[in-house]
Structure formats: structure tokens, C-alpha cells
Design a protein around this ligand. Sequence first.
Ligand code: NAP
Length: 321
Amino acid sequence: MARGVPGGAGVSAILGLGRYPEAERAALEALGARMVADLDALRGLDAAARAGVRALAFRGHAPFGAAEMALLPRLGLIANYGVGYDAIDIAAADAAGIRVSNTPDVLTDDVADLAVGMLLMQQRRMLAGDAHVRTGRWAAGQGFGLSRKLSGRRVGILGLGRIGRAVAERLAAFNCEIHYFSRSEKPTPGWRYHADAVELAAAVDHLVVTLVGGPATEGAVSARVIAALGSEGVLINVSRGAVVDEDALLDALEAGRLGGAGLDVFWDEPRVNPRFAALEQVVLQPHQGSATRETRAAMARLQRDNIEAFLEGRPLPTTVN
Ligand code: NAP
């Protein structure tokens, strides 16, 4: 049923913002959504079209605050496509009486898989190994050298939420010793709690960052945390770019004061600092933690479930505020 088109041509109760996989775009349109690619396109809609919008299917990382919310005067729901909603100003949404929903749990496995995959790639020099074979250096008899063992190492999890716990469970299966930082100690199968990020980094070989993004965690991986990890340490970040002091990270990698990094997120995506490209000891990914066909379909389904529940006056499956 096209629930989103109560007001005639050009006016829809659902507005889809951002670029979606084709199937997910089609599913939103089948609900009656009008689609716009970005905030400029949203601003370009006429006043009647904006006034008809009650639910926004939000995708992206461009800040969405009070000024953007005011463009949609009847907006009642921002349904985020993703678990991290740091782009959305929750205080402004509260003040405007707008509900916000997200897509937790369905993406946890994929993001944890990518984090562990990057750590394995980094430790076992898999990018360099691939190049060694492809370029014919192996066939020409050149040696490849030795990498480092991952199984059994001490790994720290910075932020033992859903994704952090899933990373820890995977690495526990590699016989790694698990340490973690959270705002409070949590029930775990014997994992070691640290009340401070520097103390955590000093206690482990490698650190995986799984905190939320946003002002409260900006720069949480500071120069001191990176220094505590040390010249053999590897930093993995699948959280948000702004959680890591990127200049301090680059300085440490270039100077050999940090062993390596695996990064799915960056300060200024997708314009990644070109200093990273010159570093062999980093694995770089295009913010693809949840980007499998299966998980993106599940995220989109949950986003639509939230929109339908809101428009039909039912409790939302996943709310933020
Ligand atoms: P979650 O279960 O809510 O866990 C969030 C973690 O952040 C928890 O450990 C929590 O601390 C901590 N935290 C929250 N607010 C904090 C604050 N003010 N100060 C310090 N720590 C704080 O979320 P999740 O589902 O694991 O997702 C975590 C993040 O991963 C998302 O927010 C998103 O940014 C990122 N993510 C990235 C991708 C990707 O493609 N790379 C995909 C999905 C998600 P406590 O343990 O103390 O409660």
C-alpha cells in the first residue's frame, strides 16, 4: 500500500534523503516516498512538498540540525539508515517533538567481521602479500619476509557496546586476551576492564575502536592513547573518523611510533588525507562496515518498519529519543 501519498501529485508524507541501493530505493518509493539525493535537493523542494513530509528516511553523514528540521514543518520522524546517528542533532529533534529511529543489531556482525578482517590483514601483511604474488616478485624468487601472529595476542576494545562485544567474541575465539574500556564495568566472560583509554592501550598489543561518534567521543583516541599502544601496536577503527586524532595517528605511523592501522572511517570522508596512501602499514576501507547485500537489505527493512509504524501510530521498533 502506498501509505506515503496522501496529498496528491508531488506531495508525499515520506521523503527519502540520500543515495540508496536500487532495491532499497524502489522499496521506499513503493511506500510512496519521494526521493532526494542530498540536502541541497531537499532545500530545492517547493514549500507545499516540504510541508507534506511527516517521515524522513535519512541516509548520510551531513549534519541534520534545527535549521534542516525547520525545512519540514510537519516532520514527526527521522528514520536513520544506520545505527550511528551522530549526524542528527537529537536535542534539536527533541525540542521540535521529532522522533528519531536507527537500525541497531542487524549490522553488528558485518562491522565486527570487518574489524577482525582488517586486523588479520594488517598483522599478516596480506595486502603486501597479494602485491608480491601479482607483480611477479614471488615468481622471480624474491623473499617476502615474516609477518606477525594475531592468535593469542592481547586486544583492547574501546567501547564495549553491541559491535565491540561482537569483535571481542570473535577475537576470544582466536585465543586473544580481551581487555576493554566502557563507561562502566560490564558482565563479561573474564575480560579485563580498564576505566581509562590510555591505561587500556598500555595493557594491550592492539586496539579496536567501537565507540559511538559525536562530540562526547571526539578525539578519544588521543596522541597519548596512540603513544601507549606503541611501535608494535595496531589501531583498528570501525567507529567514526572523529573519534581518532587523525593528525596524531598519521604522525605516529610516519615516525614508526605506531606499528600499523586498519581504518574504515576517516575525519573527512570520502576525502581521505593523502598522507595515508603513502603508508604501507595501513589497511584502508571506504566506510563499508555494514555494506553487505544482506545487511543493507535488513537495515532498509528496519528503516521502513520504523516509518510504517510511525505513520500507522504503532510503537516504533527501534527508537533513539
Ligand atoms: P552501541 O551498542 O550503542 O555501543 C556504543 C559504545 O559507545 C558503547 O560502548 C558506549 O559506552 C559508548 N558510548 C556511548 N556514548 C558514549 C559517551 N558519551 N562517552 C563514551 N562512550 C560512549 O553501538 P554499536 O551498535 O556498537 O555501534 C557503535 C558505533 O559503530 C556506531 O555508533 C557507529 O558510529 C559505528 N558504526 C560504524 C559502521 C561502519 O560502517 N564502520 C557501521 C555501524 C556502526 P558504554 O559501553 O559505556 O555504554
